[in-house]
Design a protein around this ligand. Sequence first.
Ligand SMILES: Nc1ncnc2c1ncn2[C@@H]1O[C@H](COP(=O)(O)OP(=O)(O)O)[C@@H](O)[C@H]1O
Ligand SMILES: [Mg+2]
Length: 256
Amino acid sequence: MSILKIKNLHKRFQNNVVLDGIDLEVNKGDIIGIVGPSGTGKSTLLRSINLLEKPEEGTISLDDITVELPLRGGNRKNITELRKRTGMVFQKFYLFEHKTALENVMEGLVTVRKKTKKEAEEIALKELESVGLLEWKNHYPKHMSGGQQQRVAIARTLAMKPDIIFLDEPTSALDPELVTEVLGTIKKIADEGYTMLLVSHEMDFIRKISNRVLFLDGGKIIEDGTPAEVFEHPKTERAREFFKKMNTLREPDYYI
Ligand SMILES: Nc1ncnc2c1ncn2[C@@H]1O[C@H](COP(=O)(O)OP(=O)(O)O)[C@@H](O)[C@H]1O
Ligand SMILES: [Mg+2]
């Protein structure tokens, strides 16, 4: 069953056309890996669906909400609703430094979801537990590792019960030894049945958890298939080249 439908999405920055008519249909429970060279619009795609960017043209439907572009005042209610139903996890965690892990997860529940403090705390504790950070609830971000901070950010997103979660290179700001714990957390939420769009350069991880992979280049989706189809039998030279390069980059560190 399709939950997200994007039609003919266009986004440019001045005369740089970044999304050149993207069509995409996402089914409930899909884990979609989005790959492609740097600067091809992967972040812009996620940010446009979430309306953090303002696309010039196209239609975005999430469940029963439809937003027609360009944005107009009359759309306001649907825009707010669409934002509420999407969760975003960024490369940088954007936690409140002066709030504890627990308070960070509670924040949106109180201010956006209008939960009481008690309800918010209950939900937040549950989500912190699910990312394995219950004992860290009273710690401030600066006393936590990058991996732990990202897991708090994930708990904060889950607490809002979004219909769909966008993750934009969630591990690329982390020291290598912290990547695994965050990937583990993402795998866990994927297994819980969330619908996810995940941009990452962790090709092995994408291959393992996605049921579908998109390759973005030149403002278009140029590959779209199962991980096996896209990674092992890419149709385009562009994707083949990119994967070859990624493999090279993944060769073990040099011994000195
Ligand atoms: N706010 C912005 N203003 C101007 N250009 C932007 C902005 N954000 C992204 N771009 C440009 O859009 C293109 C796609 O960027 P981005 O979506 O970040 O790519 P990716 O995430 O695939 O690396 C790049 O050429 C980038 O320079
Ligand atoms: Mg990006």
